[in-house]
Write a protein that binds this ligand. Sequence first.
Ligand SMILES: [Cu+2]
Length: 213
Amino acid sequence: MLRAAPFLFALLLAPLALAAEPGLLLTVQDGKGAPVADAVVSLHALDHPAAALPPPDAPVEIVQRDQEYIPYVTVVRVGTRVDFPNQDDIQHHIYSVSKAKRFEKPLYAPGARESVLFDQPGVVTIGCNIHDWMVAYLVVLPTPHFAQTDAAGTATLRAPAGRYRLELWHPRLAKPLQEELALSGGDEPRRYTLALKPDRRIRRAPEAKAGGY
Ligand SMILES: [Cu+2]
């Protein structure tokens, strides 16, 4: 009996997996019509219980390489562990003072690979105390329904039919955009035009690679 249970469970789930969920076909652009990458769009259920938050399928990494964090923006569900491998041959000093997660990894040696558990929703800004220009954003969400725009400013976001609060976040947006919407059948194109602040990222000094600490 027990051995048959997983098989029966899979049979019950199969029809659900085949039925396509309604989707938002998102395009995000700035005031000049240029595509906006790294916008994070999420859906928060309003009229039905929020979906469970299963752990991610693969380890999530924010790598330190060539004195930069890669990727610049990462999105995870609440309860996800993120690895921070140092692939440089110099030390870093990872830290965050964000409300959603304060942490510090001083003297972070070449080859080190520690992980941090992100158990509160919010945006975590990660810096390096040695290299001021190093910055990464980790968006920790209490929903499994999210998407991140690509270089073309596009993303597809699917979720079960129902009413949602949509949130759109971007590092250069003064405050996240919010609106309510209903998902029913089919795919719906949606375009957002954002008034973005200037990109204040400090560019790495050209000689930084030769220097090191
Ligand atoms: Cu560093």
